[in-house]
Design a protein around this ligand. Structure first.
Ligand code: DAH
Length: 344
């Protein structure tokens, strides 16, 4: 029995200082296995009396249980320590600076175009398209600008040949849309797109720029509809406090025609360099569709009326974001583009 208790003490000592699962398993095999000191001690049982054997058996069972329990406890402790060590080593240091992947931003012109599309689609318009290489017929004739008309000089156009040109405005899409509708309203479209003019490039002019045309044709359309629509445009693009002002103007395809000013968003109309101290900024042209245009494009002007407008996208973006050089839009300079985050 002393021998058994000695074995137990020795085993518990070794288990307590054991530091690896492998060593622990070796101890288990040694102390509880067939060839260990326990089995050797058991051999003496054959020389014992029945009573001695019974109490020896009890003690040896208890010793086995104690060793087994000590090994199990140690195993749990070692496994936990191992796991903790693993977690510690695998810990991700979130304070390390990460590698930033370059994320593109939306071009300011696209931002303005998308904002306009959202606004007008929300009012029931659809987005129309037309070719950038256009015929004289659509670009001029159907817009009530016949050959020799002085308005042709208002825009210096890139001609490809006698009848083909680079469209100098998005207005020909009005004609294309009306002709497609074959005299039946209503029509509610906007057409954002590229336009071309033989301008000398400078801070505010570019030979290629972008416009957004608008056209509404229906019965009982009045100038009040145009004004309400443009007021909403002004508030959406430049802030709730914006007001608009219509000034008489001239475009061959509208009668009457107006230039539309918006109260300056930079100074709230008080006067600043942006509005040249007038409190107003000229933003677009508009008007009631000229009955001649309606007629040429297959609509009965006695039945249908309409309004139209043409917005310069660069101009809107320049005013909105305080961009002072139109060339920034086309130069692909990341220092410029990165100022427009996706969120803005
Ligand atoms: N097409 C004109 C231009 O390029 C802009 C314009 C003015 C469009 C009045 C319109 C409008 O639809 O009604 O200068």
């Amino acid at each position: 029995m002393d021998e058994l208790l000695k074995i137990k003490e020795e085993a518990l000592d070794k288990i307590s200082v054991c530091t690896s699962l492998k060593d622990l398993n070796d101890l288990r095999v040694f102390y509880l296995g067939k060839k260990g000191p326990m089995q050797a001690a058991m051999k003496s049982m054959k020389d014992m009396t029945k009573e001695e054997r019974a109490s020896f058996g009890q003690v040896s069972n208890k010793v086995k249980q104690d060793i087994t329990k000590a090994i199990e406890d140690k195993k749990v402790a070692l496994e936990e320590a191992e796991m903790n060590e693993k977690i510690k080593n695998e810990k991700i240091d979130i304070t390390l600076p990460s590698t930033t992947l370059p994320l593109g931003s939306i071009h300011p012109l696209s931002m303005v175009r998308e904002e306009l599309e959202d606004l007008f689609i929300g009012m029931g318009y659809s987005v129309a398209e037309g070719p950038e290489v256009e015929t004289d017929h659509y670009n001029f004739e159907l817009m009530n600008i016949p050959a020799g008309h002085p308005a042709r000089d208002m825009t210096d156009t890139f001609y490809i040949n006698d009848t083909l040109l680079m469209r100098c405005h998005t207005s020909p899409v009005q004609a294309r849309t009306m002709l497609k509708a074959q005299g039946k309203g209503p029509i509610k479209i906007i057409c954002p797109g590229k336009t071309y003019r033989r301008d000398d490039d400078d801070a505010t002019h570019s030979h290629q720029f972008s416009q957004c045309e608008g056209l509404v044709i229906d019965k009982n359309i009045t100038m009040a509809d145009l004004k309400g629509t443009l007021e909403l445009f002004a508030k959406k693009m430049f802030g709730e406090k914006r007001e608009i002002r219509l000034r008489p103007s001239y475009f061959p395809f509208t009668e009457p025609s107006v230039e539309v000013d918006i109260s300056c968003h930079n100074c709230d109309g008080k006067g600043c360099p942006m509005c040249k101290y007038t409190g107003w900024i000229e933003v677009l042209g508009a008007g009631m569709v000229n009955p001649k245009v309606l007629e040429m494009c297959g609509f009965d002007p006695e039945v249908y009326q309409g309004f139209a407008f043409g917005i310069g996208l660069e101009r809107v973006a320049m005013l909105k974001y305080g961009i002072d050089n139109i060339r920034n839009f086309y130069s692909d300079d990341l220092r410029f583009l990165n100022q427009f985050t996706r969120k803005d």
